[in-house]
Design a protein around this ligand. Structure first.
Ligand code: FAD
Length: 179
């Protein structure tokens, strides 16, 4: 069991740092509240930055660039930037963009004096959270107001299989389609 001896007190605590949580935290900070955001490790920016909007569009753009598809009208149908596109090529580009976006969010929160607490939050009562990180270290967090901005999960269709984007980093090779 984590030891929850440390207590941190805020006027507003937001659970989740996705687009919803970020905006709530910054709006509260602009009202001069003492604000904290609680987020799990490697998830600053939420689904939008880490597994959803940004990675999906970066992957699409990376594929369009590396296959040369958008340039073929100019350079001919056989034009390609890279002959063998690997999962590594796509991963490097995606991680680079994710890293940059995380920096933007971190600095936006810091500029507005929003404290970021890394860990998973659990309600103890209406004004108290236990926040426990991956190593099992915990802190008790109290707040006048707690905003839940924990997002959702995509629904999975039963009738057909779709590769989840967050499973991309487990792929070992890129599926080949005729373009
Ligand atoms: C593949 C994909 C592509 C998408 N593309 C687009 C697009 O092109 N355009 C668009 O507008 N939207 C897109 N979306 C949707 C968009 O990502 C979501 O609408 C948006 O991220 C929701 O924001 P949110 O703040 O509500 O929640 P989220 O972004 O889900 O953030 C919630 C955060 O809460 C954290 N959290 C949850 N529980 C706890 C807890 N107990 N303790 C601490 N932290 C916790 C999670 O770690 C997470 O980071 C896409 C989604 C997916 C999956």
């Amino acid at each position: 069991m984590p030891r929850l001896e440390d207590v941190a007190d805020f006027e507003v605590v937001v659970i989740g740092s996705g687009p919803g949580g970020q905006k709530a935290a910054i709006a509260a900070a602009k009202l001069e509240k003492r604000v904290a955001v609680v987020e799990r490790r490697n998830m600053i920016g939420g689904v939008c930055i880490n597994t959803g909007t940004i990675p999906s569009k970066t992957l699409r753009e990376a594929v369009l660039y590396l296959t040369g598809l958008n340039q073929r009208e100019m350079y001919g149908q056989s034009y390609r930037v890279k002959d063998e596109i690997t999962v590594g090529d796509l991963g490097i580009r995606t991680q680079h963009v994710i890293g940059r976006e995380i920096d933007v969010i971190r600095s936006q929160l810091a500029r507005n004096h929003v404290t970021v607490l890394m860990g998973s939050a659990r309600f103890v009562d209406a004004h108290t959270l236990d926040v426990v990180d991956e190593a099992g270290r915990g802190v008790k967090v109290t707040a006048d107001k707690i905003i839940v901005a924990t997002g959702t999960r995509p629904a999975r269709a039963e009738s057909y299989k779709v590769a989840a984007l967050d499973a991309m980093n487990k792929l070992r090779r890129v599926a080949r389609f005729e373009l």
